[in-house]
Design a protein around this ligand. Structure first.
Ligand code: SAM
Ligand code: F3S
Length: 459
């Protein structure tokens, strides 16, 4: 019987990706099988994020629940990884001495060895160092999720925005070598992957070493990825306005594979707040980038990250953010209440804005963003969209679901055999967070309606 592994993930796409790679690594090296049922696992891992929420508290309350199981079953291995582990290090053991493994975002590739050591010595193994590129070298190839795959191209961040813990928890930016990235994507395409998402905290800060001794920038990397046979759609996240080069803008004109969706965090529409955040760009520069990209890509969906209630944010500062949302027509975006992070410069700033005012601002911003998203979706009704089919919709088994170039979820009737393929779908109805459509049969231009019976979910 293979040992069973359960990973509980808190946080962002990077953490989800890291968890998938940990599972792949432990499957390959120790023959472990992932289980969704935590109670039956032999190894329990907590992959944590400390960007916003009270992550430490969440971690210890989860550990409290697992402690009972460990008491009943001492062979159970419990590990804590990710950003909270990186921040707290060995301190985790002081509060939770029953934990066996503590590993940072840059050391999870050492998990098999740490697991072996902890089991052999019956002592906790702690490793929260930043051994940089070694992590990429030791990992098995990315796991494929149907026709889509996530490819990590860089790690860490050196921007040091005053509110953010990422540079401290994930370390400084470092890029994966160019040839490794392209080789991985060629392999993925050979396995049937049609869409890749290039991942990193700051992808357009990418500076990958080439085999010829040069350095490859992100914009140029996109041109190479677009050359890979079989890759029909390219996405990336997250990019930073300060590193948005002319080559990257140009790519929107030259590369039809590049999705018509840009997620570019702006954080605030106030120059004063951007300066206090040390974001390294002006609102004006942000406008310039978007207008240049939209020149090449009319109809682009623009999404962003916003922080509301940064220390000292005035009503005027906030009004500037709302104005920018109107002007840029941001589609559905992420918006967060500012959360002071220990050890960051912004946590030292005086902050007199009452919490109720901050919450009210967040609600106003979110209302605007949702209205924009619905308007964007409504404008798609009647349009024919190229959709990459993920499989049978988990919400409605009579339908398939997939994504448009704008990263919009579309549900439509069709045979499950279309999973993993690109199809044309005519949009028939807009909802706040998704679209309904009808499959267009290319030769006859007829459409397919939903069957009366339920089809089984795709594996
Ligand atoms: N690299 C990205 C960028 O260019 O800004 C951001 C990565 S960060 C992990 C994701 C988002 O979390 C940020 O864009 C920001 O909106 C939000 N965030 C980070 N620190 C925060 C804090 N202390 N309070 C609230 N939101 C925060
Ligand atoms: Fe954080 Fe700013 Fe980097 S938001 S991830 S320090 S670009």
């Amino acid at each position: 019987m293979p040992q069973k592994l359960h990973i509980k993930t808190f946080g962002c796409q990077m953490n989800e990706y890291d968890s998938a790679r940990m599972a792949g690594l432990l499957a390959d090296s120790c023959g472990m099988a992932v289980t969704d049922c935590a109670e039956e696992a032999d190894v329990l891992l907590l992959n944590t994020c400390s960007v916003r929420e009270k992550a430490q508290e969440k971690v210890f309350s989860q550990l409290g629940r697992w402690r009972e199981w460990k008491l009943a079953r001492p062979s159970l291995v419990i590990g804590v990884g990710g950003c909270v582990a990186s921040q707290e290090g060995g301190q985790i053991l002081a509060r939770a001495p029953f934990v066996d493994l503590v590993f940072g975002p840059q050391t999870y590739h050492r998990l098999p060895q740490m697991l072996k050591t902890a089991r052999a010595t019956r002592r906790a193994a702690v490793d929260v160092s930043f051994p940089e590129i070694e992590k990429f070298d030791c990992l098995p190839p990315a796991r494929v999720d149907g026709a889509r795959a996530f490819v990590s191209i860089m790690e860490g961040c050196s921007k040091y925005c005053t509110f953010c813990v990422v540079p401290y928890t994930r370390g400084e930016e470092f890029s994966r070598p160019f040839d490794d990235v392209v080789t991985e994507i060629v392999d993925l395409a050979a396995q049937g992957v049609r869409e890749v998402t290039l991942l990193g905290q700051n992808v357009n800060g990418y500076r990958g070493a080439t085999a010829a001794g040069g350095v490859m920038d992100f914009g140029t990397l996109l041109y190479y990825v677009a050359e890979v046979d079989g890759i029909e759609r390219i996405r990336y996240t997250t990019s930073h306005p300060a590193d948005f080069t002319d080559t990257l803008v140009r790519a929107y004109a030259d590369l039809p594979q590049l999705a018509s969706h840009l997620h570019l965090p702006v954080q605030s529409g106030s120059e004063r707040i951007l300066f206090l955040m040390k974001r390294r760009y002006s609102v004006e520069r942000y406008r310039e980038i978007i207008s240049a990209v939209r020149n090449h890509r009319p109809g682009l969906s623009l999404t962003s990250d916003f922080i509301v209630g940064f220390p000292g944010e005035s009503e005027d500062d906030f009004a500037a953010t709302l104005n920018l949302v109107d002007e840029m027509q941001f589609d559905q975006s992420f918006s967060f209440l500012y959360s002071p992070r220990p050890g960051t410069p912004a946590a030292q700033l005086p902050d007199e804005v009452p919490p109720a005012v901050k919450k009210d601002r967040l609600a106003r911003l979110q209302q605007k963003l949702s209205a924009n998203a619905l308007a964007f979706n409504r404008a798609l009704v009647g349009a024919r969209q190229r959709v990459l089919v993920d499989g049978v919709s988990s919400r409605d088994r009579r339908r398939l679901c997939g994504r448009t170039t704008h990263n919009k979820v579309v549900n439509f009737a069709g045979p499950p055999s279309l999973s993993g393929r690109f199809v044309d779908v005519t949009i028939t109805e807009a909802r706040p967070n998704s679209l309904l459509g009808e499959l267009t049969i290319p030769d006859t231009a007829t459409t397919v309606s939903a069957p009366a019976t339920t089809v089984p979910a795709a594996a």
